[in-house]
Design a binder for this molecule. Structure first.
Ligand SMILES: Cc1cc2nc3c(=O)[nH]c(=O)nc-3n(C[C@H](O)[C@H](O)[C@H](O)COP(=O)(O)O)c2cc1C
Length: 387
């Protein structure tokens, strides 16, 4: 068993063990990938203030996200096709999150269905909704999420039309993969993945198949998005969904102060400052640059969460210090899942937790709730100076 000390170790193993098509699906951004790259490199530009001679005993990473107790303010982000990264991947990730004490968010575009994940977990998870043209489908999936006991709805606003990812087109991304010659040659070296996949019946979009009417090619996320996602999504439609849902609502994909103000006026329980991990608007700023302006504008009216670019506990600390009340990891746990299944997701969470805890101590802090701008050194013009 290799020694895993950081998220990058998991990524290396992940690359070796999971078919190229699905590795590429996760490890990519849209078009030139500028925003995808800058999501991580922008984190590096923020430095931490080292403090000494401060009692560092009795540290606390636990807190709350939308009122829910969490072992650390880090949730698992919704990731489509997780069940293609590892057989029954959504169930494995949800179980790892539950055992660790952090929220798991199930994507609309998951392989395991809402009911399947609920049957294999004991605590409520969160459900992420992509709004479809078909209102009957939307209402049905909301009812199913309610019936499964989901404790929050994460409504994604930044993907009503798909940002192009070149690799997915070139690889012919689909679930399950079509067995072309290049795919078969690749699978020959990924036998562990293949064996596990043969052992499960969950190989299609579990929330959709058998639930959505008149859907064409169900294997392709890309064609389905083009056919089904509602390009007319606006605040009135969001209000309809809020009323149908009736529970906690988190709006995901806010990157602009004006949109954040509208979300706060709207009365969401939380917003997620996010650019979808650099997978949508290529050329948008690294998400961490927008966190401070958004917190300054609406942080007293709505709980502000953050994702996009987090690869370590240090990154989590930086986001919390900039005012986020919660964070999410996407790729960081997918690397773990593809590398080592459920144990790999647990390992990713352990790595991030340890990094957060020790970094907090070295910054002279004992409680994540006390983190703030005073812990950071931020280059001038980091979040402003744009025309
Ligand atoms: C492979 C992949 C699939 C994703 N699928 C979804 C999805 O189905 N729904 C959604 O709201 N966001 C989706 N996202 C975006 C994540 O929820 C999250 O915003 C992003 O991964 C954060 O960036 P990070 O990967 O750098 O942590 C996906 C991200 C990745 C990498």
């Amino acid at each position: 068993m290799p020694v895993i000390t950081c998220i990058d170790d998991l990524k290396r193993l992940y690359k070796r063990r999971v078919p190229k098509m699905f590795y590429d699906y996760a490890e990519t951004g849209s078009w030139t990938e500028q925003t995808f790259r800058e999501n991580t490199t922008d984190f590096d530009k923020i430095r931490l203030r080292q403090r000494v001679a401060v009692d560092m005993t009795g540290r606390k990473t636990a807190g709350r996200m939308i009122g829910q107790e969490v072992a650390m303010p880090v949730a698992l982000a919704p990731v489509g096709m997780t069940g293609m990264q590892s057989a029954d991947g959504e169930i494995k990730a949800a179980r790892a999150a539950e055992a660790f004490g952090v929220p798991y968010t199930l994507s609309t575009m998951s392989i395991c269905s809402i009911e399947d994940v609920a049957a294999h977990t004991t605590k409520p998870f969160w459900f992420q909704l992509y709004v479809m043209r078909d209102e009957e489908f939307v209402d049905g999936v909301l009812e199913r999420a309610k019936a499964a006991g989901c404790s929050a709805l994460v409504l994604t606003l930044d993907l009503q039309i798909l940002g192009q990812r070149h690799k997915d087109l070139k690889n012919g991304l689909s679930a399950p993969p079509k067995l072309t010659l290049p795919v078969m040659m690749d699978l020959a070296t990924k036998w562990r993945w293949g064996l596990q996949m043969l052992g499960t019946r969950r190989r299609q979009f579990g929330n959709i198949v058998g639930h959505a009417k008149g859907v064409g090619d169900m294997s392709s996320l890309m064609s389905w998005t083009a056919e089904q996602f509602d390009p007319q999504l606006d605040w009135s439609k969001i209000a309809r969904i809020r009323d149908k849902w009736g529970g906690k609502l988190i709006l995901k994909g806010i990157l602009d102060v004006e949109d954040a103000k509208m979300a706060a006026d709207f009365g969401a329980d939380a917003i997620i400052v996010s650019n979808h991990g650099g997978r949508q608007l290529d050329g948008a700023v690294g998400a961490i640059r927008m966190l401070d302006p958004i917190v300054q504008a609406v942080g007293d009216r709505v709980e502000v969460h953050f994702d996009s670019g987090i690869r370590s506990g240090q990154d989590v600390l930086k986001a919390l210090a900039l005012g986020a009340k919660g964070t999410y990891v996407g790729r960081a746990y997918i690397y773990g899942l593809g590398a080592m299944g459920q144990a790999g997701v647990t390992r990713a969470l352990e790595v991030i937790h340890k990094e957060l805890d020790i970094t907090m101590a070295l910054c002279g802090e004992r409680d994540v709730a006390d983190l703030g701008r005073h812990n950071l050194l931020i280059p001038k013009g980091f979040s402003d100076g744009w025309e």
